[in-house]
Design a protein around this ligand. Structure first.
Ligand SMILES: Cc1ncc(COP(=O)(O)O)c(C=O)c1O
Length: 409
């Protein structure tokens, strides 16, 4: 599959009747979907749809199998040991809410410290503010240096024997920095703390093994990995999940319900109250099959080649400022930048008229923007369906935008 033009598989990216195609550079927000994933959803509804775990008839058994098979694919994809360590949620955000409400509220006590980084997405930040407030705990931040990286000293200064929990993004959605999560996990464990990894921007782009990392928990969203919206994943070590109280309660997550008390189902059902997004799980399974066929190392390689090419061109433009690591090996396929004298929102609007889709704003990372003393950036993010031609179109759009705004300078 190595020479395949992946664009073919993504209908929304095909050229129109005039030969124009969308240059989609916003995969950090959500990825486009290949035909294989789109068809898996249609096929599920045509052949397997029923409420899983609820019926004794064949169709419900088929739906249960489809749901369980997807869970096994996720287990293998992130190299977890047991299927029951994979919990399906609505998205990564709900995953962090599950962990903060269930693990956080029952394991964090007065005076304990929770450590996160200043570059966290709001979904891995606000939940910990709530736990810290409710439990009279302290929320501490690891700050980034001028390259958007967390240094070894910062890790050692902030994670101490008082730290009970570290929750850290593997890859920053705002700067593209790949954080040294393995080192952070090892150090946090040596201090007796548990670690949650936000894999929203890493799982789709690189090979990740929760066992190699020794992550206690890991969270990600299916829609950033070629899957559909409305499905997230929480991985947790079995012993930790078993000892946590449920988060969403109601049907399906119970064993026995009495008038005043309830006993809960075994993992993973304990954390999956109510009718689940089986269609989303099936689509995620198809997305994983698609990515596995290409190989995660190959995907990282494609993205690396693209950012090497893009950074060389961006750095050659004196009016463009690029944020994030100078060391390209510490970067994933997210590039945050500014065009001198043009507000990022204007940049994104003008780019749209050139059929180039990028993101502008604070990228759900307001504390990071405040820390860096900026309001917003432009963000181009890449995935396997992007090409060097897309980078050329991006550069062309930057040049045109700069020239256009030079009149007002
Ligand atoms: C690093 C990171 N974490 C968490 C999230 C939240 O994902 P979702 O909106 O799918 O819940 C995002 C989404 O952009 C993200 O980039």
């Amino acid at each position: 599959m190595s020479n395949k033009n992946f664009l073919e598989d993504f209908p929304v990216l095909h050229a129109d009747a005039n030969g124009e195609r969308l240059i989609y550079l916003d995969s950090a927000a959500t990825t486009q979907k290949p035909t294989q994933v789109i068809e898996s959803i249609e096929n599920y509804y045509k052949t397997n749809n029923a409420n899983p775990h609820r019926g004794a008839y064949k169709l419900s058994i088929d739906a249960t199998k489809a749901y369980d098979d997807a869970r096994k694919k996720v287990r293998d994809f992130i190299d977890a040991e047991f299927s029951k360590e994979i919990i399906f949620t609505k998205n990564a955000t709900e995953g962090f809410n599950l962990l903060s409400s269930s693990y956080g509220m029952s394991n964090i006590n007065e005076g304990d410290e929770i450590v996160i980084s200043i570059a966290e997405h709001h979904s891995n930040l606000i939940p910990w503010q709530l736990v810290a407030r409710a439990k009279k705990a302290i929320l501490k931040y690891m700050y980034v240096n001028e390259d958007g990286e967390i240094t070894k000293d910062e890790i050692k200064n902030k994670i101490t024997p008082k730290t009970k929990l570290v929750s850290i993004t593997h890859v920053s959605n705002a700067l593209g920095t790949i954080n040294p999560v393995k080192n952070i996990i090892d150090y946090a464990h040596s201090m007796g703390a548990k670690v949650i990894v936000d894999g929203a921007q890493s799982i789709p782009h690189m090979k990740v093994s929760v066992r190699d990392l020794d992550a206690d928990f890991l969270v990600f969203s299916a829609h950033k990995l070629l899957g559909s919206m409305g499905l997230g994943v929480v991985y947790g070590k079995k012993e930790l999940l078993q000892n946590m109280p449920p988060y969403i309660v109601g049907g399906d997550m119970i064993e026995y319900v009495y008038e005043q008390e309830t006993t809960y189902a075994e993992l993973p059902a304990k954390f999956e109250g109510g009718t689940q997004n089986v269609e989303g799980a099936v689509a995620l399974g198809a997305a994983i099959d698609y990515l596995n066929e290409i190989g995660m190392d190959k995907i990282s390689e494609i993205e690396h080649e693209l950012i090497v090419y893009a950074l060389e061109k961006l750095n050659a433009l004196p009016y463009v400022k690029v944020y994030g690591p100078k060391n390209i090996d510490h970067r994933s396929g997210v590039i945050s930048f500014d065009i001198e004298g043009v507000h990022p929102h204007d940049v994104a609007s003008v780019f749209d008229s050139h059929n180039v889709a990028i993101r502008s704003g604070n990228h759900c990372a307001q504390p990071l923007m405040r820390f860096m003393d900026i309001n917003a950036t432009c963000r181009a993010s890449f995935y396997l369906y992007n090409t060097k031609e897309d980078v050329d179109k991006l550069i062309e759009a930057i040049e045109k935008t700069y020239t256009m705004f030079s009149k007002w300078r």
